[in-house]
Design a protein around this ligand. Structure first.
Ligand code: DC
Length: 225
């Protein structure tokens, strides 16, 4: 039997991961955070001091030397770079920017696309990212495009970082977010955009609970529950 696939795409800070995590728990699907995979590749490049935007050949050579794996534990998805658990480190602001930059390189996308598709073939998933409904899982039974105003997305991300004890400045967080919005939407390959058959959900002004409720209603409707 084919698996049931739910794609959630949208810009940074729209609440994709929190909402997808809560919804997947409720319906017993596996939650896959594809941004974490790009972050792990970005982190690998940062650690090697590679100039991501200027030296694509070195990035490509690096791809043959790194293994990205995911596992599901108590805390949800965990991500490993060459066997090392980098789930916390990949959340640093500089890794966000590196992930966005490195995601423009076709060979990086290809490597991760294969990994993403192979997981969704084996099990029912809620997968979040930027191009899940448009490129990775075009046959997903439900495609959601989650968005919110840039001001609100930056504030959510700022609070998240402060809660984790990461020192940061709101204007910097907002600037990074605007940079990534532009980078992710305007790139040539697999840009961030709603799928033609996607449902757009704007979460500006919603509480998390309200957004989860909207998403669960959409899921139940599509699954005929
Ligand atoms: O979802 P995130 O903020 O953790 O993603 C980090 C970066 O990775 C994002 O700015 C663009 C890239 N990305 C992508 O290009 N395609 C995806 N499916 C997921 C993330």
């Amino acid at each position: 039997m084919p698996t049931f696939k739910i794609a959630i795409d949208g810009p940074a800070g729209a609440g994709k991961s929190t909402i997808a995590k809560a919804a997947s728990k409720k319906i017993g699907f596996v939650y896959i955070d594809t941004g974490a995979m790009f972050r792990a590749v970005g982190l690998a490049a940062l650690r090697r001091n590679i100039d991501i935007n200027g030296d694509k050949e070195t990035v490509e050579a690096m791809l043959g030397e790194i293994a990205i794996d995911i596992a599901h534990g108590e805390n949800g998805q965990e991500i490993f770079l060459n066997g090392e658990n980098v789930s916390t480190e990949i959340r640093m602001p500089e890794v966000s920017v590196a992930a966005s930059d490195i995601s423009k390189i076709p060979s990086v996308r290809k490597k991760l696309l294969d990994l993403q598709r192979s997981i969704a073939e084996k099990t029912d998933v809620i997968m979040d990212g930027r191009d899940i409904g448009t490129v990775v899982l075009p046959d997903a039974q439900l495609k959601i495009f989650l968005t919110a105003s840039v001001e609100e997305r930056a504030m959510r991300r700022y609070k998240e970082l402060i809660e984790k004890g990461v020192e940061c400045d709101f204007d910097e967080v907002k600037k990074d977010m605007e940079y990534r919005d532009k980078n992710d939407s305007e790139r040539e390959i697999a840009p961030l955009k709603p799928a033609d058959d996607g449902v757009i959900v704007d979460t500006t002004g919603n509480t998390l609970e309200e957004s989860v409720e909207i998403i669960l209603n959409l899921i139940n409707e599509r699954r005929g529950k």
